[in-house]
Design a protein around this ligand. Sequence first.
Ligand code: ATP
Ligand code: MG
Length: 231
Amino acid sequence: MMTTLTIALSKGRIFDETLPLLAAAGVVPAEDPERSRKLILGTNRADTRIVLVRATDVPTYVQYGAADLGIAGKDVLAEHGGEGLYQPLDLGIARCRMMVAVRAGFDYDAAVRRGARIKVATKYVGTAREHFASKGMHVDLIKLYGSMELAPLVGLADAIVDLVSTGSTLKANDLVAVEHIADISARLVVNQAALKLKHERVQPLIEAFGRASRADAATQASQAGKRRARS
Ligand code: ATP
Ligand code: MG
């Protein structure tokens, strides 16, 4: 009997950065999700398929076993809580930082010192609540679903909690990062039942992903070393 393996991925950067890892595990999607409207993609392997879901929904599909495994950012996993998920690998892809940012003119440190009650807009309500609670700050959290950068510009909030990679979006909107909350990268997540029941299918994939992401990290480290040596 053939056991089908279902992998949940989100379109965009997670999909793109996962392709080399999948290839290293011998899995090649049959279609480019940017050119197709299909939500279920076949692969070169008859027993392996990919389901395309929103980034925030990946942990939910895997938790309930609708997908056996998936790839999700730590940002998404922190909000989800990780219930029912085995997280064997940090893949080191889709790297960015979770930051607090404010308008360039807003004196965040002074507001913190004064114990001011600031308004914070974010998609990451759980992460933000935990961060400000750990600093003993009282904040009003405003839940948004995207384009957080707009909120301080139109007076919806004093600050945002958002992902930052190059900082160019903040800069373009006259915002500055004032606090680092966490380094973010994507993790492999596996349904706990699938890990046991489909072990002979899941384990080789975990191992191939692990080897490929470690090789990738080693290449990046040596390139960074060469850059340092040149400069
Ligand atoms: P949607 O676009 O469907 O609203 P999303 O914004 O969460 O969802 P992406 O922008 O593709 O989707 O982000 C997917 C994941 O990639 C995030 O959960 C995060 O882990 C990571 N990520 C987000 N922004 C960046 C970034 N600027 N640089 C690197 N990784 C990022
Ligand atoms: Mg996005």
